[in-house]
Design a protein around this ligand. Structure first.
Ligand code: SF4
Length: 62
């Protein structure tokens, strides 16, 4: 699976990065970066949790 971010919705609060830090990262300018490509199998449950917890519903599983 893959995950995408709607940057029009994301408010860069870092909740996803707290849940799945290997996949989501906030840089020094509060810009969210997402690991490219397929989510590693051992990261899938954390990514799904991040999608569920995003308060802006900015994350989508593909
Ligand atoms: S949890 Fe949602 S709003 Fe917060 S940084 Fe991640 S994608 Fe953006």
């Amino acid at each position: 699976m893959k995950v995408s971010v709607d940057f029009d919705q994301c408010e860069a609060n870092g909740i996803c990065a707290g849940i799945a830090p290997d996949v989501f990262e906030l840089d020094d300018e509060d810009m969210l970066h997402v690991a490219e490509g397929e989510v590693a199998p051992d990261q899938e449950s954390q990514v799904a949790e991040a999608v569920a917890q995003c308060p802006k519903a900015a994350l989508r599983l593909l």
